[in-house]
Design a protein around this ligand. Structure first.
Ligand code: UDP
Length: 250
């Protein structure tokens, strides 16, 4: 579905829709109601934007997605510094929770694909407990081989979810959704990174204070020091965005 009348930002050649959480939820709801299959939703963080400088295929995927939200303080900062109207952060896990809230009453069906064996199932139980009315129609871990993919798609299609949440980590999940969305009979596919681990209770999300101070990235770095390599992209991202800003005004 092409969204009309929603302004977009251009950050290093990647489109980002200028939407807040309420607007993002409304757009996804519209997609579910329209029932047209194949919409991809990306919650875009700075590391991924920076990665597109080397991976043009990833940039293509982002730019053809039906909805791209600003995830992470880096993306939100870039939107502002490039002079677009400031928008709040719309992260994958927050969007997932908001959509579960929205989908509880109409009884939306969701399918959870990703994370280690048992995690998606546990996350599904927790979501059904937290959002009575919501139906988790299926779940599957994210460690599968190419040969398993036809079975996975058959299973998903047989359960006809309204939304498929894919938690394979970014950008693996973005590539996977792009490759499979034509075969999937699902209106909306959303990449949600490590969300299932948090929902199932196997990983902690940053404390509220860190989130409020825009320091969730720091918490994640301290909790998982192996992330430092990915986060090295952040200073380079900042420099590139400043060059884009400079290039525009001069
Ligand atoms: N994962 C998976 N299959 C894979 C690789 C990763 O299901 O082949 C899962 C992993 O178990 C974890 C998530 O993908 O639940 C990645 O989480 P991470 O926090 O690294 O993702 P990010 O939020 O940074 O995109």
């Amino acid at each position: 579905m092409m969204i009309k009348n929603i302004a977009t930002a251009d950050i290093l050649g990647c489109k980002v829709h200028l939407v807040n959480m309420a607007e993002a939820v409304q757009i996804v709801e519209q997609m579910v109601e329209d029932g047209q299959n194949g919409n991809q939703v990306v919650t875009l963080n700075a590391e991924i934007i920076y990665q597109t400088k080397k991976e043009t295929e990833l940039q293509r995927i982002i730019n053809q997605a039906s909805l791209v939200t600003a995830d992470g303080i880096g993306t939100v900062w870039a939107v502002r510094v490039l002079g677009y109207p400031q928008k709040e952060r719309v992260s994958g896990i927050d969007l997932l929770h908001e959509l579960c809230t929205r989908g509880a009453t109409p009884g939306w069906k969701i399918y959870l694909l990703g994370a280690a064996p048992g995690v998606a199932e546990k996350a599904g139980q927790k979501l059904e407990e937290s959002y009575p009315g919501l139906k988790v129609c299926g779940s599957r871990n994210g460690y599968f081989s190419k040969q398993d993919e036809d079975d996975i798609i058959t299973d998903i299609n047989s359960k006809s979810p309204d939304i498929l949440f894919v938690a394979l980590g970014a950008p693996k999940q973005e590539y996977w959704i792009d490759q499979k969305r034509a075969a999937l009979k699902v209106p909306v596919c959303i990449g949600v990174g490590g969300s299932f681990d948090v929902i199932a209770g196997f990983k902690k999300r940053a404390p509220e204070l860190f989130i409020r101070l825009n320091l969730e990235w720091l918490y994640r770095l301290l909790a998982e020091p192996s992330r430092w390599k990915r986060q090295l992209a952040l200073p380079a991202f900042v420099v590139s965005v400043l060059k884009q800003t400079y290039g525009r005004t001069n």
